[in-house]
Design a protein around this ligand. Structure first.
Ligand code: NAP
Length: 312
């Protein structure tokens, strides 16, 4: 019997990659937000009742970090209340729930990579709502895997990579903050790693999945660390070396030439953002390796991957 997988957030950076990666793992049912709105408990329960999945992958989230500052209730509904309903419904049908969380649950006061047992202390509304989502899932009694990731980008969507490419067609000089350190993680690599984890954990067994031994939080980010400033410089280095006829690149730049020739470091303070972000949010991925033998590639290798494949 084929495994049935319910995927939310298929239009997002990670969800669209998961839609592709998960197909080799089972039959994927992927409602959009009109069909399953995380703010609407009844639609969640209805879809879960109809689909009766063995696996639920929640890639949907309220990810607008700045907007969440003035709409914390809206972010909480999507990032915590909806996932709680999803988790309770997953428990009811014995499904494993895979959920994604964020490095922004931490306050950045460490200067060595955070491990899963470190105490969260989010600095912003988005981080608080994502932490509430983690807690709701952990308390639901459903089998679950929560992958905390960071600085997600892809060749579509809204992200730092595409913003830098657009700005690089408009300005000769880019000023980018160099006092936040993290690990930029490519959505495609994270999706592939998620499927690897599932394959290692579940293997060929069919439902019900005996999963409780694996339940918990796992850090899942690109290896290594960098700053936004260094990341921006690396993006322009890749541009200088890569064939610039990749379809996603042409779309990101609107076909215009790159004119930026300098990237200068600046401080978070100079940007006067309404949102506090951790100055250091690197996550140690040792538990993912110990539990499943899965490691994500280094951030620079992941970035290069975007520029080297026509499929992206
Ligand atoms: N982006 C990052 O830098 C980052 C960093 C750390 C962790 N994460 C986590 O990684 C996961 C994936 O993030 P992402 O960057 O792929 O997100 P994304 O590109 O912003 O996509 C979010 C997805 O959620 C859907 N969605 C939003 N509100 C919804 C609702 N009320 N009901 C149902 N679906 C809804 C969106 O649908 P529409 O297209 O219809 O809006 C979209 O498909 C999330 O859990 C996020 O918190 C992301």
């Amino acid at each position: 019997m084929k495994r049935t997988i319910l995927l939310t957030g298929k239009t997002g950076q990670l969800g669209s990659e998961l839609l592709r990666s998960l197909r080799r793992f089972g039959e994927v049912i992927a409602p959009d937000r009109n069909e399953l709105d995380l703010r609407d408990p009844e639609t969640i329960r209805l879809v879960m009742r109809d689909v009766k999945p063995q696996l639920v992958i929640n890639a949907a989230a309220y990810t607008a970090v700045d907007a969440a500052e003035t709409d914390e209730a809206g972010a909480l509904a999507v990032n915590a209340e909806g996932p709680q309903v999803l988790a309770l419904a997953s428990k009811k049908v014995d499904a494993l729930l895979v959920h994604f969380s964020t490095d922004y649950v931490f306050d950045g006061s460490k200067n060595i990579p955070y491990v899963e047992s470190d105490s969260p202390n989010p600095l912003n509304a988005y981080g608080r709502t994502k932490l509430a989502g983690e807690e709701a899932i952990r308390n639901s009694g459903a089998d679950h895997l929560i992958f905390r990731t960071s600085w997600v980008y892809a060749t579509q969507g809204r992200n730092f990579l595409l913003t830098i490419l657009r700005l690089a067609t408009e300005r000769e000089e880019l000023k980018i903050v160099d006092d936040q350190t993290g690990a930029p993680t490519c959505a495609r690599d994270l999706a592939e790693s998620t499927v690897k984890v599932l394959a290692r954990a579940i293997g060929r067994t069919q439902e019900p999945i005996a999963f409780s031994n694996f339940n918990g939080i796992y850090h899942a980010t690109a290896a290594g660390q960098t700053t936004w400033y260094e990341f921006a410089k690396a993006i322009l280095e890749e541009v200088a070396q890569a064939p610039q006829n990749l379809p996603w690149f042409t779309s990101a730049t609107n076909g215009r030439p790159i004119i930026a020739s300098r990237v200068l470091p600046t401080s978070t303070k100079a940007f006067s953002s309404p949102t506090h972000r951790p100055s250091y949010s690197v996550l140690a991925n040792g538990r993912l390796m110990a539990g499943f033998g899965v490691a994500l590639a280094d951030w620079r290798t992941q970035l290069r991957g975007c520029f080297s494949s026509n499929g992206r």
